[in-house]
Design a protein around this ligand. Structure first.
Ligand code: FE
Ligand code: FE
Ligand code: FE
Length: 585
């Protein structure tokens, strides 16, 4: 139902009664970054009139007293993956609306890596007609790096071009294969060119990229970047015209290191995003409101931080009537009962009140979708020996390359010397913090697991397996005993995917994710309870990283520095894009 513009004009002029008038509210004006008492008149889905409190004597069918509250536009999340919250789009909407997020620009690249274009279609259909405005960025890197890992699908320019014609598609999603772009890979350049031809934005993803290589990446047509890691890097990107999409995700507070450097710029106008938020973290710490709080922590004025969380993202993606409270804009309005805490009490979407006193008013039904939910975990037969590192010599000393996981989720390479007995390595003899990391192909590939030693996870005993293993989502498993690792993987095969912790031959805790091994049909509230229990179990096994049960989920992502593990090549150097032999002379 669209709002008739002639009627809207009349309502704006005062010739027709408004539907809703919010009076005497402190308006957060995202154009001027002022805050002042105002009245807001809504007609149909849109805002008809805005003025200083009391000036126009607004006549409406329903009056709302805004005294003591602040009114700001609904938050616009500029880059995220619904799959990271492990729920369907409808359940995602139900979970984020109470935090004031009303527009989400999603990249369905997790499900795309498992189910291909059908997975993307499922996300498009499943997000149709929700009270959350969902726009789609077409996944550009499926798999993340061609030829270096294997996924359940492979997108080239032709697939991207087709999906760019689907409804609500407004961007090409994060171009993660930045090495490919810099090298002029025909596939990556072709994908970007399809986006440019369609006139949509091109999302970047280039952690730590700088210098001539950054210039080359941007010359390809990339518009923004949500992967800033260092202050200097952020400033360099800002100066070259990249719109930073600063994020606070469940995996880390990336804004902490960046904002102080960006603030050196005399003019700073950026946008915000969440990227990946897991269920327990969402309920505990919020959503885009948390990212705004982070900006306030850095001393950014509230109205400016809210501009970054609303109008800037909307304008960047050319969502012309989103992200502000002004005549003609969509009536997506958040009433905050605390500006400093950025706490939403009421949320309107298209003039409809969907959240009151912080609670969703009506359940959000799942829209019909054409894709049946089937088990997508397809493994080859496995035995416990598949999870034991086999040395190329029978006995004697040998050099071993290790992946080292840092608290930042970045990784480095280390070398140790080990003793081989009957072609086996006793990792425990090298220190209790070294375990085995394996990637188990799950898209039906006929290949045994790829193995590497891992330090820094702090797993003391047992095994942790997950079918969330960005972005190809093969199964990733870390553990000390091969039998536990095998059991954990088989448990995931049985339930169609998820995350499981095993110790001493027993399943200790599990979250089942039967939709592509990534998502559940349960609501966030249920999943948050399950994730919290799993996180406690994982912590008891020793893992002390912020992401807990998801601590290994990025270790197969071959586009995050420095070392990762790939199902095709094993231990992998992200910079050179070459395999690293586990054993050396
Ligand atoms: Fe990214
Ligand atoms: Fe992302
Ligand atoms: Fe991912």
């Amino acid at each position: 139902m669209s709002t008739d513009r002639t009627e809207l004009i009349e309502a704006a002029r005062g010739a027709r009664p408004l539907d809703i008038a919010i009076k005497n509210v402190a308006l957060v004006n995202v154009f001027t970054c002022e805050i002042y008492p105002a009245d807001i008149g809504i007609y149909g889905q849109r805002i008809a009139v805005v003025g200083p409190a009391g000036r126009y004597d607004l006549q409406a069918r329903e009056g709302i007293d805004g005294a003591g509250k602040w009114a700001c536009p609904g938050f616009v999340d500029t880059h995220l993956h619904i799959e990271s919250t492990m729920v369907t789009p409808a359940n995602y909407a139900a979970a984020v609306l109470p935090f004031g997020t009303t527009t989400s620009i999603i990249d369905p690249h997790e499900i795309a890596n498992v189910l291909g274009m059908e997975g993307v279609r499922w996300m498009v259909e499943g997000s149709e007609g929700l009270p959350l405005r969902v726009y789609i960025a077409v996944s550009s890197c499926v798999p993340a790096v061609p030829g270096k890992e294997s996924a359940g699908a492979d997108f080239g320019p032709a697939q991207v071009a087709e999906m760019l014609t689907w409804p609500r598609v407004i961007a090409v999603a994060e171009v993660m294969d930045y090495m490919g772009v810099v090298a002029g890979s025909p596939k990556m350049v072709g994908i970007i060119q399809e986006g440019l031809k369609a006139g949509v934005l091109i999302q970047g993803h280039a952690p730590l990229l700088g210098g001539r290589e950054l210039n080359a990446y941007l010359a390809a047509g990339v518009d923004n970047d949500h992967e800033l890691r260092l202050g200097e890097e952020g400033l360099e990107k800002l100066r070259l015209g990249v719109l930073p999409l600063l994020k606070v995700s469940s995996f880390g507070n990336y804004a902490r290191a960046i904002v102080p450097a960006l603030k050196q710029a005399p003019f700073l106008d950026i946008a915000l995003c969440t990227d990946d938020i897991e269920p327990a973290d969402l309920l505990e710490n919020g959503h885009m409101d948390r990212v705004v709080r982070e900006m306030l922590w850095h001393g950014i004025e509230p109205a400016r931080a809210i501009r970054w969380a609303t109008l800037n993202g909307a304008r960047h993606y050319r969502l012309r009537d989103h992200g502000a409270i002004a005549p003609g804009y969509l009536a997506d309005i958040v009433l905050l009962d605390s500006l400093q805490e950025v706490r939403a009490s009421e949320v309107f979407v298209g003039g409809q009140l969907v959240v009151a006193q912080g609670k969703l008013l009506t359940p959000i039904p799942q829209p019909p979708t054409s894709l049946p939910i089937a088990n997508s975990v397809h493994l080859q037969p496995l035995v416990s020996d598949d999870f034991r590192l086999a040395a190329p010599i029978a006995n004697g000393p040998i050099g071993l390359h290790l992946m080292v996981l840092e608290p930042t989720r970045l990784t480095t390479l280390a070398k140790v010397e080990a003793d081989v007995t009957d072609s086996r390595i006793d990792l425990a003899a090298l220190g209790e913090d070294i375990c085995t990391l394996a990637v188990v192909p799950r898209h039906g590939q006929s290949r045994p697991p790829a193995l590497a030693p891992l330090r820094g996870l702090h797993l003391r005993q047992g095994a942790l397996a997950s079918s969330i293993a960005h972005d190809s989502h093969n199964i990733i498993v870390a553990g000390h005993r091969a039998e536990d690792m095998l059991l954990a993987v088989q448990e995931l095969e049985r339930c169609g995917g998820g995350i499981v912790a095993v110790d001493g031959g027993k399943v200790l805790a599990k979250v089942e994710l039967p939709v592509a091994g990534l998502m559940s049909l349960k609501p966030v509230t249920d999943l948050a309870v399950e994730m919290a229990a799993l996180n406690r179990t994982v912590a008891a096994l020793g893992i002390d990283h912020r992401a807990r049960a998801l601590s290994t989920s990025g270790l197969a992502l071959t586009v995050i520095p420095e070392v990762r593990i790939s199902d095709l090549l094993g231990l992998f150097d992200v910079q050179t894009q070459q395999a690293i032999p586990v054993f050396f002379e």
